[in-house]
Write a protein that binds this ligand. Sequence first.
Ligand code: SAM
Length: 395
Amino acid sequence: MINTQIQENRKNIALKNQYHLKYHDKINLGAFYTPTEYVDIVWGMIKPFLNYKSIVLDSSCGYGNFFDYQINYPKKANDIDVIATNQTKNNFPEIDVYSKNALLNVDRKMFDISDNNELIVIGNPPYNDITSIIRNGIKRDNLEIDPDIKTRDFGMSFLLSYVKLNAEIICVLHPLSYLIKKSNFNLLKKFTDNYRLIDGIVIDSGTFKETSKGISFPILIALYKKEKFGMNYNYIKNYKFKTISNKIFSLNDFDFIPNYINKYPLKNIKPNGNDILFWTMRDINALKRNRTFVDEFGYNTIIIDKNKLDYYVYVDVFKQFSHLIPYYFGNLDVFINNEEFKKYKDYFIYECLTRNSFLKDYIQYNKNISLQEAKEIIINYFKSLIGNHYAYQNN
Ligand SMILES: C[S@@+](CC[C@H](N)C(=O)[O-])C[C@H]1O[C@@H](n2cnc3c(N)ncnc32)[C@H](O)[C@@H]1O
């Protein structure tokens, strides 16, 4: 993927992480620099669209990593962080550098871009869920954002800001969840109505050194082109996503557990003593972090419909074996092959009961199974469920 010529042409400057920032400020600004390997992929993707009218802008440039690529087109860089933009000016004296809030009073004039230019936006805007930021008490909530692009996530607001800039091409890194989670996709309506994903490579958040503290999640290096009819969610469901290790998947490859059981708590229902409780299901990464069966009732608990207890058992076993699932499925719902599951259900139940013996009062089980046998069968089930994605969890 990386052209050696490009490597040779690379400027011999130290583009380090934004080391002037303290850890909390880095979180605040989402300031994590992008490895050159990904920068090269971005330039490779936009190259076919460059022409005499093009201007390339990174409106959240940090130290300017995305400009560490030898190519002769007009370029503009911006970051809200003045120390970072001063560094960018030092690194790249030939580039127009601005120090503005890229989400406030957004229009082309703020970067002196004329209507005649074809704007190509590149970069790695911050992605931070603002609600979790505020909840954790470590992130600020006082950044002013134009009301028409305000969302609960800075990254989504950045995507909407590119619509206001009337970009022709957008090639940025963002969490895959912006597209594949229907609720996010809907929040991006002004963006998705006007832009279509035409290429994309899924990479692992764990490869960004300082963000790798939690569970890895998929990031998409996404190439969007302005199109009259944009894209709808069906387009995303059918889209064949490619990972950096050349795996291909689409959402339509899978049958998901919410097709069988209720994902969220029902309102205004209180449990009685005989109820079984389960933690609310979100995506696979949330399942990895959270519990499954729980004792106490709360706003995050589901009361299990006992006729469907076997599917909750499935989810519990899925969590237990989730290390077999690669990072790029982390934001999907739990998925299932229902026909296969029905065939091997006894083994799932057996394995689950060894960890949750209280369930023996509620579900029939086969006593003539050994745990070893159950585990082998479950692993085989996962092998066939995940197919050629099996055991690629670290890629
Ligand atoms: C993930 S970093 C990416 C930096 C750079 N593009 C790179 O890959 O090395 C995100 C950058 O966005 C900047 N930023 C955050 N909020 C901003 C805003 N409202 N306007 C402009 N820049 C912002 C941060 O200061 C940080 O440098």
